[in-house]
Write a protein that binds this ligand. Sequence first.
Ligand code: ARG
Length: 245
Amino acid sequence: AFVFILSACGTSKTSGGDGDKDKTLRVVTDAAYAPFEYQDKGEVVGFDIDFINAVAKQAGYKVKVEHVGWDPLFVEIKGKTADIGISAITINDKRKQTYDFSVPYFLSTNKIMIPKDSPIKSAEDLKDKVVAVQNGTTGQEAVEKLLGAESKNLKKFKDNNLAIMELKGGGADAVVADNTVIEEYVKNNPKENFVIIEDEAAFDKEFYGLLFPKGSKLKADFDKAVKEVMENGEYAKIYKKWFKV
Ligand code: ARG
């Protein structure tokens, strides 16, 4: 009976993680990272959402994307209450110890967002400044290397919009986050007078991947579909829609 209860709990949330294409896969995201994922009138939209829908369709799976937040996303994938995470998630060695990733689908790097009149010219200049980041991101890691992990000048927020709000309110001198996200923000909010600076020596090149529980049977099908969508013109269409190039 105990086993029955456990499995009943499981089926209420997931999963086609076993490769069953009739079940709808549960995809989790942190929808506070425009233009990759954000909420528009209660609906989760963005580049990543269109991309995962295209990839799932290509692979022959049904998916439903749900906003759960950044930290919960990792908890759910680790605990297998969700099948796939998509959230501009950088593929790195540390995460690979706990999770599986798809093949890469997007190139990124951290950059620095500052007020136009800021004296900050490079990552080095952040060392005696207050920097806001999203907790648990590669941006946080990069800033920790500059300021020290214990620095009280490092302010961590549960999502990136809160980090930007801190900068706007004057509680931080800079935000460090993925280039595309802060570049779009600055472009869409010209009156706020922010600029972006890059520092290729301080910030690595990164690639986004789909996040799976370790050992997920979905990885093979989705890797194949990611490559197909990137080559058959679908990716270019989605890219154009969200980045207007
Ligand atoms: N690419 C960075 C990382 O993996 C930041 C991603 C944040 N994504 C989000 N949806 N908030 O750490």
